[in-house]
Design a protein around this ligand. Structure first.
Ligand code: C2O
Ligand code: CU
Length: 474
């Protein structure tokens, strides 16, 4: 029997908090060193559905059999060597989301590398140029491989003085579509309704691969809380109850700290937000992380406050961002429009797919129901081709009935216009949410040569046509 999403989500919200599982505490992060970090994409069984009545361990695909995979901690400017070993029955690859690294290491099958066949391996060698909160995930049939668990956290340490934070916690939020035995529902992979609507939404929410974990904090301490949306398509709307939190970085890039708004804070698929959380609740108090949307209210994690930390908390400082992103020169920018069409209630009549103009009936047949500039997923030509060092402004116009989380590989961009009006409060991001009937102009210096994928991070939208690439020549 299929579980109705609403009931299941409600029952999670109502259930008592699961046993504490300090994932960061007992699982050692892999350290970048001389010998490669081995990530084997393989099947595994994990207690993902703990708390769901009648459920056993869940069969997943994960790096080294775990969800999330091993956390990689490396240092800005120091080389990292990761060996992907493919223990699956189908090809795979790894993309290093948000890292501005060599194009050949970017992990996009068909664009930057060939498929890593079952039994084969691929060595990724790169040197992260920016400190911050990143992640890695499969980039082949990601709509299925990621939904089965192939992702992990990646932290690049920089030159920040250590004394600012008493604790550093990285939580990966995900939703899963589970059946009543707690197994991943596979019959609906590739479901056209999902692809034409919001994507594959789950009915079971996890944080670092478990349901409603609990992390003890000390009164008086300051925690760096890194949050990642690793879901295929769901947008999390986050509230941190019982704490005073400031946003200190978005998509890995430091920002001048600002108070986390009280209204639910939107985190789209692929995005990260770093918070500085000052724990001022008294002994026995509790901080809670919630996902609050119009349809559901779910507790994601709790942080019971225990013993006090006896020290004076320093004033919060912005994170170090030396050697950051090149400043776009808007006067000389090459401008490109990117018009999004299609999807349910989008009125798409025709688009080009596999080199031919197709009617909507044909597009449905081909499962290419979204288009960018009238092209539904064809990758033979880039959206645009520029010389290295050019400032590019891409104006994304959302003519669909759905929000899209647009992600550009290998670069961070900054909003310089919204709905035709200049803005000066844009943030450096690698994934930008564009809501229906909105337009946003994103600027960046195309300083990293190669072929860079540009797509909606709602993975079903990507699979069904919302993808293109830009070419940067030396
Ligand atoms: Cu995290 Cu091409 O994506
Ligand atoms: Cu989308």
């Amino acid at each position: 029997m299929k579980i109705a999403r609403r009931t299941l989500l409600k029952s999670i919200a109502g259930a008592a908090a699961a046993a504490a599982l300090p994932v960061d505490g007992h699982r050692k992060p892999a350290l970048a060193g001389q010998s490669p970090i081995v990530l084997k994409a393989q099947k595994g069984r994990v207690p993902l559905a703990r708390g769901l009545e009648g459920a056993g361990e869940t069969d997943i695909w994960g790096y080294n059999g775990a969800v999330p995979g091993p956390t990689i901690r490396c240092r800005k400017g120091e080389p990292v060597h990761v060996r992907l070993v493919n223990g699956l029955d189908e090809p795979t690859s790894i993309h290093w989301h948000g890292l501005r690294i060599d194009n050949a290491m970017d992990g996009v099958i068909g664009l930057t590398q060939g498929p890593v066949a079952p039994g084969a391996s691929f060595d990724y060698l790169f040197t992260p140029p920016d400190a911050g909160t990143f992640w890695y995930h499969t980039h082949n049939r990601a709509w299925e491989q990621m939904a089965r668990g192939l992702y992990g956290r990646l932290i690049v340490e920089g030159d920040d003085p250590e004394d600012q934070f008493d604790r550093d916690l990285y939580l990966a939020l995900d939703d899963w579509r589970l059946d009543d035995k707690g197994q991943i529902e596979t019959a609906s992979f590739g479901n056209l309704h999902d692809w034409a609507h919001e994507g594959r939404l789950g009915n079971w929410l996890t944080v670092n691969g478990t349901s409603q974990p609990s992390y003890g904090l000390g009164r008086g301490e300051r925690m760096r809380l890194r949050l990642l949306n690793a879901a295929n398509a769901r947008t999390f709307r986050l509230q941190l109850k019982g704490a005073n939190a400031k946003v200190i970085a978005l998509d890995g890039a430091p920002v001048e700290p600002f108070a986390l708004p009280e209204a639910p804070y939107e985190l789209a698929s692929g995005q990260r937000v770093d918070l500085a959380v000052d724990v001022d609740a008294g002994d026995g108090g509790q901080i809670e992380l919630w996902h609050v949307s119009r349809r559901e209210e779910i507790k994601c994690a709790s942080f019971p406050v225990k013993a006090a930390v006896l020290r004076d908390r320093p004033a919060l400082r912005a994170l170090d961002h030396s050697g950051g992103f090149a400043t776009p020169d808007l006067a000389t920018a090459v401008r490109q429009d990117l018009v999004m069409t299609g999807g349910a209630m989008g009125g798409l009549r025709e688009a080009v797919a596999d080199g031919k103009k197709r009617t909507i009936q044909d597009l449905v047949e081909l499962k290419r129901v979204w288009a960018l500039n009238g092209i539904a997923g064809d990758m033979d030509k880039p959206l645009l081709s520029v010389k290295q060092g050019t400032t590019v402004v891409i104006t994304m116009k959302n003519d669909t009935a759905w929000s899209h989380a647009m992600h550009l590989h290998g670069h961070h961009f900054k909003a310089v216009e919204r709905n035709g009006k200049p803005v000066t409060d844009g943030y450096w991001r690698d994934t930008e949410m564009v809501d229906p009937d909105q337009s946003v102009a994103l600027a960046f210096v195309a300083d990293n040569p190669g072929k860079w994928f540009l797509h909606c991070h709602m993975l079903e939208h990507q699979a069904a046509g919302m993808r293109t690439w830009i070419n940067i020549d030396t």
